[in-house]
Design a protein around this ligand. Structure first.
Ligand code: URA
Length: 213
């Protein structure tokens, strides 16, 4: 994809990736899926949300975050004046693991470089918000605890990485609601800072190297 690709070219490239995902047989999850779930939203979104993997409802509908945690994500977005049409929402892997088990390393290896990394290259988000421990662990040190580093942005690879709790975890533990909402409310401030200065002020760096797309 050329550096100066038009919006139409970027949309076509994103659609082409979605078509590849829908036909994908790179890992065994293809045989148990109802629908692959490429992701949805703006091709030029400033914010990209990355969850773990499609669950039951997402697998049924072929769309990300359409179950209970998706409804809560919609509420959080509305709270900061956005809707899902303003952002891009996707997952680390694009097919539902049986019984919603954690994705396996070989499934991530088959999926992420081919799809998630390519999607991010086209969308060029200013802020990548990881939703939950699983997605966080791919971009932050494996030993980092979400209870310690949620809401602590990290600037790397010309974008902000911002670890957030998974909406499902907040639904399970309502004590996390105020924390999640505070973290969400900071998103626009971080983007404004990034737009003004081309970076953000560093917060205490995690102990190990951030793994990048
Ligand atoms: N949980 C996720 O991590 N992703 C979805 O798309 C739905 C629920």
């Amino acid at each position: 994809m050329a550096e100066q690709a038009s919006l139409e070219e970027r949309r076509a490239a994103l659609d082409a990736i979605a078509e590849k995902i829908k036909a994908c047989t790179r890992c065994p999850l293809h045989s148990s899926r109802t629908h692959a779930v490429p992701g949805a939203g703006r091709v030029d979104a400033d914010i990209m949300f990355i969850g773990e993997a499609p669950g039951y409802h997402e697998d049924q509908q072929g769309l990300p975050f359409v179950g209970a945690s998706g409804k809560y994500l919609d509420q959080l977005l509305a709270m900061i004046g956005l809707s899902r049409n303003d952002v891009f929402i996707t997952n680390v892997i694009k097919c539902r693991p049986p019984g919603n088990r954690d994705p396996l390393p070989q499934e991530i290896d088959a999926c992420m470089p081919a799809y998630l990394t390519q999607q991010a290259t086209i969308i060029k988000p200013k802020l990548v918000a990881t939703l939950g421990r699983f997605s966080m662990a791919l971009f932050f040190p494996k030993t980092a605890q979400i209870s310690r580093i949620h809401g602590q942005p990290k600037y790397a690879n010309e974008r902000i990485y911002y670890p957030l709790y998974h909406p499902a975890a907040v639904l399970r533990n309502p004590n996390l609601r105020p924390v999640m909402e505070e973290d969400f409310k900071r998103i626009q401030t971080l983007i404004n800072e990034f737009e003004q200065h081309g970076t953000i002020e560093d917060e205490p760096p995690p102990p190990q190297q951030l793994s990048l797309f």
